[in-house]
Design a protein around this ligand. Structure first.
Ligand SMILES: [Zn+2]
Length: 388
């Protein structure tokens, strides 16, 4: 299993060399994009990545392109592979009829983020010092690294700070969490982040709200600054820093929550969320709360402990159906938190009912003998449902 270890590189004047390296990779990236476009224009075909690699290797000898030689062949290869992955995704989605995914395109050097090295081009001089391109950079070793280093990525964030990211092979670690035999169903919401089928709930933390206020203030400050001024670029940085702080808080909170859920359950059922649809209905708030990134973390934590996350098709997870008796309340709106079931007279908590439906995928109907008789189950193979 591959585990990521990310550490912050200390801010030093010599980081300007890292800036230069990222910018040069951006140059190379744009050069390759231009070659792709020209090749397609001339031949009507996709430029093969191995052909492109051979071309770039020859290009190094030409005048004006010597700088490519300074980047190291593996990180050059990585740039070409990134573009290739972008095209592969584009072709795959196009085939499925999805026309929203665009092929990779030109990027501004200023917003270009990272480059990746494999075995060569870097060296760990000490536990917390890495040498890149002949210069040493110290980073904050916030937690010990494990396993064997496969790749090293240097990342520049929107604030302009640098991070070093080690992808390490940690082998097949034995599951750390004990099995509990519990299966749970969860429903996502805006106010209440998670509702479980047993009625317990996790509220959205207050810092989401505080964060959006801070972003608003930083945005207003930015808009008051003159375009192209030094103050404007400072305000830009301040805004990026606010975004970064919130993202870090959110990630921390989500990892801890995912871990807590994995300690309680062996199998977790969630609704197969349609994020684009949710964004259209609820707006920016959905991306603030970032269900998608939470689902990814939860899946990772569960899987690495030998547990599973399963997704229920939205049709069967309908919150309009009363779990206990199967009555369908077609007049239910988003505002109704609670409703009384006309068929069995029970008061239904909307979110808890939804979580129960997600867990079982069907309503229970009760026979006269008091033994529960399940309606035909509609189990969705988690492999088949599209991932987030
Ligand atoms: Zn009912």
């Amino acid at each position: 299993m591959v585990k990521q270890f990310t550490y912050k590189i200390y801010n030093k004047p010599k980081n300007k060399h890292l800036h230069r390296l990222v910018n040069l990779h951006a140059c190379l990236y744009n050069h390759c994009i231009a070659l792709h476009k020209r090749y397609y224009r001339l031949t009507g075909k996709h430029l093969n990545q191995y052909m492109l690699m051979r071309h770039i290797t020859k290009l190094k000898q030409r005048e004006g392109f010597a700088w490519i030689g300074g980047l190291g062949s593996q990180s050059v290869q990585d740039v070409i592979q990134r573009i290739e992955r972008g095209y592969a995704l584009f072709f795959r989605e196009r085939k499925k009829g999805n026309r929203r995914i665009q092929p990779p395109t030109f990027r501004k050097a200023r917003t270009y983020r990272s480059f990746t090295l494999k075995q060569a081009g870097w060296k760990l001089v000490a536990d917390n010092i890495i040498r890149i391109d002949g210069r040493t950079h110290k980073f904050a070793l916030s937690r010990p690294m494990e396993g064997q280093i496969k790749t090293v990525t240097i990342k520049r964030d929107a604030v302009g700070d640098f991070w070093v990211c080690f992808a390490c092979d940690v082998g097949d670690a034995a599951p750390a969490l004990v099995t509990t035999g519990n299966t749970g169903g969860m429903d996502f919401g805006l106010k209440t982040f998670l509702t479980f089928d047993d009625g317990s709930a996790i509220q959205s933390p207050e810092f989401f709200k505080q964060g959006s206020r801070a972003i608003g203030a930083a945005n207003r400050s930015l808009s008051r600054k003159k375009i192209g001024s030094k103050n404007r670029s400072k305000a830009h940085k301040a805004l990026a820093r606010v975004h970064r702080t919130i993202a870090h808080k959110r990630d921390d909170w989500q990892w801890k929550l995912a871990r807590k859920i994995a300690e309680q359950y062996d199998e977790v059922w969630i609704e197969d969320l349609n994020l684009t649809g949710m964004k259209a209905r609820w707006g920016r708030k959905v991306s603030d709360i970032a269900f998608g990134s939470f689902v990814m973390k939860l899946d990772y934590v569960l899987r690495s402990n030998g547990k599973t996350l399963s997704k229920r098709n939205r049709y069967f997870a309908s919150s309009q159906t009363h779990f206990a008796c199967g009555y369908v309340n077609s007049e239910l709106t988003l505002a109704d938190r609670e409703w009384v079931c006309p068929q069995c007279g029970e008061t239904v908590q909307r979110d808890v009912n939804a979580a129960q439906m997600i867990k079982h995928g069907r309503a229970m109907s009760w026979g006269g003998d008091g033994i529960s008789r399940a309606l035909p189950a509609a189990i969705v193979d988690p492999q088949e449902s599209p991932s987030l």
